[in-house]
Write a protein of this length. Structure first.
Length: 591
């Protein structure tokens, strides 16, 4: 084992020497390009920035994944256009903190994890690293689940759908698709691991995927606008925050809830409000996750950027991250809201087609629809009596529930990939919509999964204090393959898995935000580069707002999901950080 370690270290040293030489030459050329462009004026500077951008697009690769897609789709389904302001605001706050970590990293040239441990607090440093790795593993589950679901339900249902008419049956079909998706992820991630031209190829792949995603849903919005199905006035009103939706359903649901028998109205009201809160938190959490904060500084260091590239870093985040994210998520919310919000899924309420024939409900929605009715019955008769009923008795009792209850269940049933492809139907028609939507979902899941693997490889190298590359990074990459278990164990709507995982990630986010806040005010770390005067005041105000909102979201998530146990865990982490800070040698750190 020792010999193996020495061999790997030697290889890493050789590779590192070659890469350092290449990086130095490249950075010198890029620095000269920036200096020359600034002398020629703003247009030349912007042109140079566009040519040299990269890390921001990598951030898009992970944020425009299954979490963002699922949150945007369910945000449109549950609250319509009312929360269209949420994701842009969350991204702005995230970019503030990403800008802070970029500023610190490019000013010092140091690896952030080591800087945090030395100059801020090792509890925060290790908390940031381990929380990022946990987020990578947890968030990998919905990426694999969504990617494989899109292949099976949208792209190749006749081959690997697993149904009675599928050429390949389960579990073989499931294994083949998951294996294919995993293999592609590892292959794409390898480009980044090899460095040099591999990084360029990787960035081009991610840019292409992100562009495909944005274009797919842009086409839908254009088509719906032309056909008059989108009310832009309602969308503009949705840009005004309405925090009351944390406690009540949207106005669109109120007439339908009013049709339900009064004593059963609280059941539907509480169900809607609970789902609205979960999706809101999920949407905010998927804008900038804690693992994204780990990727950015290390991707910049890997490219060889220094303090001369700080302006480029902000431009890169604004163009490569903010613009694609806001466009893509906005288009998805608009498309899903116009198609699904407060509209029952067809086939459950006795609808007929133009010829008078009954409309059959989508097969994948029958189970979730019946489950909602069973929950409603359980609310009426109590859990004890409900548990004593046989499945046949439950079916009989749910069939006689009121039409108003059935309508509510049909509106709230969680759509899956096959159903959500209907958001593209106005643009392409039914069959082509399945292929385009499936391609968009696979691209999103693939880009996010590969970025999670990339981040975890970097995290694992830092965990063992090794340079990026070699078997250390490869092992970190392979760890994320645990996400391949998601499709085998998650039996509900594949898209909904991204919601609870995103809520979990929201709990971890304040660790990064408060850490960066402290770093930007650490004289021993930034020295002459520490912001002064008005710049320092502005930075602190912006970071305080971002960190405060992240803390609110985290506490809300902990309280709603774990109660006092969650709050106690958060307090224990804070007490540990304070205790370690007090015990440290004051000469090595400043508070």
């Amino acid at each position: 084992m020792k010999g193996f370690d020495m061999e790997e270290k030697n290889k890493d040293c050789v590779n590192s020497s070659k890469q350092t030489s290449n990086v130095n030459n490249t950075i010198q050329k890029e620095r000269e390009l920036l200096i020359d462009a600034k002398q020629k004026g703003p247009l030349s500077t912007i042109s140079a920035f566009m040519k040299l951008s990269g890390p921001g697009w990598l951030q898009s690769g992970i944020t425009l994944g299954g979490g963002s897609l699922s949150s945007s789709l369910y945000l449109g389904v549950l609250v319509g256009f009312s929360f269209i302001w949420l994701q842009p605001l969350a991204m702005i706050l995230g970019i503030i903190m990403l800008g802070a970590i970029a500023y610190v990293t490019l000013s010092t040239g140091e690896r952030p994890f080591r800087s945090i441990n030395s100059h801020v607090n090792p509890v925060l440093g290790w908390g940031w690293l381990l929380a990022s790795m946990i987020a990578n593993l947890v968030w990998s589950l919905p990426q694999f689940t969504l990617g494989t679901a899109a292949i099976r339900q949208n792209l190749l249902p006749g081959l690997v759908g697993g149904g009675a008419d599928s050429a390949i049956q389960d579990p073989i079909a499931q294994i083949l698709v998951v294996g294919l998706f995993l293999g592609v992820c590892i292959a794409v991630t390898t480009f980044y691991s090899i460095g040099g031209s591999g990084v360029k190829i990787f960035e081009i792949i991610i840019r292409t995927i992100v562009s495909i995603i944005v274009l797919c849903f842009f086409g839908v919005v254009v088509k719906l606008s032309i056909s008059g199905e989108i009310e832009w006035g309602r969308i503009l009103r949705g840009l005004i925050p309405d925090m009351g939706l944390l406690f009540r359903p949207t106005d669109s649901f109120l007439p339908y809830i009013g049709e339900v028998t009064e004593k059963f109205q609280p059941f539907w009201t509480n169900l809607i409000v609970s789902q609205q809160r979960d999706v809101m938190i999920s949407a905010a959490a998927t804008a900038v996750g804690i693992n994204m904060t780990f990727l950015l500084p290390y991707s910049m260091l890997r490219k060889g950027w220094d303090k001369h590239f700080r302006g480029l870093a902000i431009f890169d985040l604004s163009t490569g991250l903010f613009i694609p994210f806001v466009l893509a998520t906005g288009f998805v919310v608009i498309a899903s809201a116009s198609q699904f919000h407060a509209k029952p899924a067809p086939g459950f309420l006795g609808e007929t087609d133009t010829k008078g024939n009954p409309v059959a409900p989508a097969k994948n929605l029958v189970g979730p629809y019946n489950s909602l009715l069973e929950q409603r019955l359980k609310y009426e008769i109590g859990p004890d009596e409900f548990s004593s009923l046989t499945p046949k008795q439950v079916k009989v009792r749910t069939e006689v529930l009121s039409e108003a209850d059935k309508k509510m269940a049909a509106m709230l049933v969680k759509r899956d990939a096959f159903n959500l492809a209907d958001t593209l139907a106005p643009l392409t028609g039914g069959k082509l919509a399945q292929y385009i939507f499936g391609l968009g979902v696979v691209c999103m899941a693939l880009s996010a999964a590969t970025m999670l693997m990339t981040i975890n490889g970097l995290c694992f190298c830092e965990l063992l204090n090794r340079r990026p590359g070699g078997w250390t990074q490869r092992l970190g990459v392979v760890m994320v393959s645990v996400g391949a278990l998601g499709p085998f164990f998650w039996k509900k709507a594949a898209f909904w898995l991204a919601v609870p995982t995103s809520i979990f990630a929201m709990v971890l986010l304040p660790i990064a935000y408060f850490t960066f806040y402290l770093m930007m005010n650490q004289k021993s770390l930034l020295r002459d580069n520490i912001p002064t005067g008005v710049r320092r005041i502005v930075w602190n105000i912006m970071m305080a707002i971002a960190a405060g909102i992240a803390a609110f979201g985290s506490i809300w998530s902990l309280w709603s999901k774990a109660g006092w146990y969650g709050i106690a865990a958060a307090l224990a982490f804070i007490v540990l950080a304070i205790g370690v800070q007090i015990a440290r040698n004051p000469s090595k750190a400043e508070c």
